[in-house]
Design a protein around this ligand. Structure first.
Ligand code: MG
Ligand code: MG
Length: 603
């Protein structure tokens, strides 16, 4: 499988982009014309740079409004095309994208469009160039790949074929079965983009909201598998117009893009297990079974220690070789790390996940070229494998322990005997994401750890909507809501704009709240108005509402059950939540979150 990417996907000058794509391991690129026009280098210099970097120049794009026109307009098209063909020769390129007419078309007739593409094909062939015709989803008359193929078939010219672009086809919901009607050698090029399902005009959707494969809601594995099955052997090329990716660091985005194709290669190879292709599956690994630990890092972790002690955690002592302490409650393990944390306020630095096959996860991360997290360990200590998530959080994985504490817990000395507590483990870990990291983070967790996007929601905060996308482990006990603050907050504080938080599970959250209060704990205070609303919305007795009010508990219900929870105050950039799921409640207390965001803002 050859990989390619349109230069429009990433930021910078054309030369920057070529360097970034080569660095990320792409085999080639599509040259997006505006990038070339703005480049300081001549076409020959660009060709030489690409050759030096080992990149093929796969597709020149776009050439617009070339068919469905009257004779006078066609003369202008051919004049313009010939100039571009000469330019392509200077670049050493032999394939150009022609998209269906959106502007100048006046004739809605397959015969006319086919004839004009044939004449364009004759002209192109004289320069050793081929034309890939693409139906834009918003083409004036041709907006369907099936019609584009009909016209190409009718043009019947060796230099004229089709370009299949997943966005244009999947956004319109067109039936994919006709892909198998197109001979593989007439599919000249394939462009891949994912996208969220949005209800908006398709042009704006395409220009601003395309995503890399694996990050949206299109079934790209099925789409791509059909094209492979049709006999297409050309590059898989990413064409992703996205405002965020075009603003982030080119090298980082290029690596992220390349990772998405590795994910897709795996997904397609699973759809086509017996196809004679060179597609490689990623090593199989089941999703993590549980959260092994969370790590809070700070120069001084004493405020967190005090809080954990009030909440019923037990100090399990200090690490044998590092300034690190461990606190546990049930299966919840909190590591407090003061190593290399000079000047740091408390923040969630790492999470550990228990997996069924640590070796497979390690191999997957290698294949996906994810940056690795390194911890110095000594011979007598458990080795810890980890990767750095796009938001900077280190995510470690370890083989799940059969029973009781994981082995690494024995590296901590002088702990106290474990206290009885109603805390059972970690319910979820909310990772607030910088605005430019959430898509990449989604791919990191889905491709690396086989998590799935479960739900997405928007929570009104005091300064705008906070979007939340929840990643879950199918069949496991790991839930990671990824939260993105509105840009105004993000702009104020580069990096993490919202505090991160760990929600601990409990089978009696009222008991946890009460005994914490007895030890001097003060929860995040919920306003009286909130409880008036609870009383109005839910079938609770006055006494039940009073108890919630007294303990500053939040309350929510869904069809399956109820959710009771309370929050600690924020320390540095982290806070904790304690939750009890009654019945099969599946949410995260979204009804309480706006009140919580405002309460946190107040403090
Ligand atoms: Mg396209
Ligand atoms: Mg366990």
């Amino acid at each position: 499988m050859r990989t390619s990417i349109a230069t429009v996907c990433i930021s910078g000058t054309l030369a920057d982009k070529l360097h970034a794509c080569a660095d990320a391991g792409f085999d080639g690129v599509e040259i997006f014309e505006p990038d070339l026009l703005a480049a300081a280098e001549s076409p020959e210099e660009i060709a030489a740079l690409a050759a030096r970097l080992g990149l093929s120049l796969d597709l020149y794009q776009p050439m617009r409004d070339v068919e469905g026109v009257d004779d006078e307009a066609l003369a202008a098209v051919l004049h313009r095309a010939e100039a571009k063909f000469r330019l392509m020769r200077r670049l050493g390129m032999d394939l150009v994208l022609c998209c269906s007419n959106v502007g100048t078309a006046t004739i809605d007739d397959d015969a006319v469009s086919a004839d004009q593409l044939r004449r364009l094909g004759d002209l192109a062939a004289g320069y050793g160039i081929r034309i890939a015709f693409e139906a834009l989803a918003w083409g004036r008359f041709i907006d369907d790949y099936r019609r584009a193929w009909r016209i190409v078939e009718r043009a019947d010219h060796p230099a004229v074929g089709v370009c299949l672009d997943s966005f244009h086809i999947l956004s319109r919901g067109h039936d994919l079965s006709a892909i198998s009607d197109i001979p593989g050698e007439k599919i000249f090029f394939v462009q891949l983009a994912d996208a969220p399902r949005l209800s908006m005009d398709v042009l704006s959707w395409s220009r601003h909201h395309r995503l890399f494969p694996g990050e949206g809601e299109f079934d790209l594995a099925d789409f791509t598998a059909r094209i492979v099955d049709a006999g297409y052997t050309g590059p898989w090329s990413l064409e992703v117009f996205n405002d965020t990716f075009r603003q982030t660091d080119a090298r980082r985005t290029a690596r992220h893009a390349r990772r998405s194709l590795r994910w897709l290669e795996d997904a397609v190879s699973r759809v086509l297990p017996d196809a004679p292709t060179d597609l490689q599956m990623l090593p199989d690994s089941a999703a993590p079974s549980s959260v092994d630990f969370v790590e809070v890092k700070a120069e001084d972790t004493s405020a967190i220690e005090e809080l954990l002690a009030q909440l019923g955690f037990t100090s399990r002592g200090r690490h044998r070789t590092k300034p690190v302490t461990l606190w546990t409650a049930g299966e919840a393990r909190v590591v407090l790390n003061e190593q290399h944390a000079r000047g740091w306020e408390p923040r969630l630095a790492a999470i550990g996940l228990e997996v069924d096959d640590a070796e497979a996860v390690d191999l997957r991360m290698g294949e996906l070229r994810v940056p690795r997290a390194y911890r110095r360990t000594y011979a007598t200590e458990e080795r810890l494998d980890g990767a750095v998530a796009p938001d900077g959080t280190e995510v470690y994985w370890a083989q799940a322990a059969d029973e009781g504490d994981p082995v690494w817990v024995r590296e901590f000395d002088h702990g106290e005997p474990e206290r009885a507590t109603a805390i059972t483990g970690v319910d979820h870990v909310s990772l607030s994401q910088p605005w430019d990291a959430v898509e990449e983070a989604t791919l990191f967790y889905t491709a690396g750890f086989a998590l799935r996007v479960d739900s997405a929601t928007e929570v009104p905060g005091p300064r705008g909507l906070v979007t939340s996308r929840v990643l879950v482990a199918p069949g496991g006990d790991v839930r990671l809501p990824l939260n993105v603050a509105p840009p105004i907050l993000a702009a104020e504080r580069a990096g993490v704009a919202l505090p991160q938080h760990v929600a601990f599970a409990s089978d009696d959250v009222r008991a946890v709240a009460r005994s914490a209060r007895d030890r001097g704990f003060a929860p995040l205070e919920m306003p009286g108005n909130y409880y008036d609303d609870i009383a109005a919305r839910f079938p609770l007795t006055e006494a039940q509402v009073e108890e919630l009010r007294d303990l500053h508990l939040g309350y929510d219900r869904d069809a399956a059950g109820a959710y009771l929870h309370f929050y600690t105050r924020t320390i540095g950039e982290v806070f904790f939540e304690f939750v009890e799921r009654v019945g099969g409640y599946a949410g995260y207390g979204a009804g309480t979150a706006p009140v919580r965001l405002t309460a946190q803002g107040r403090r």
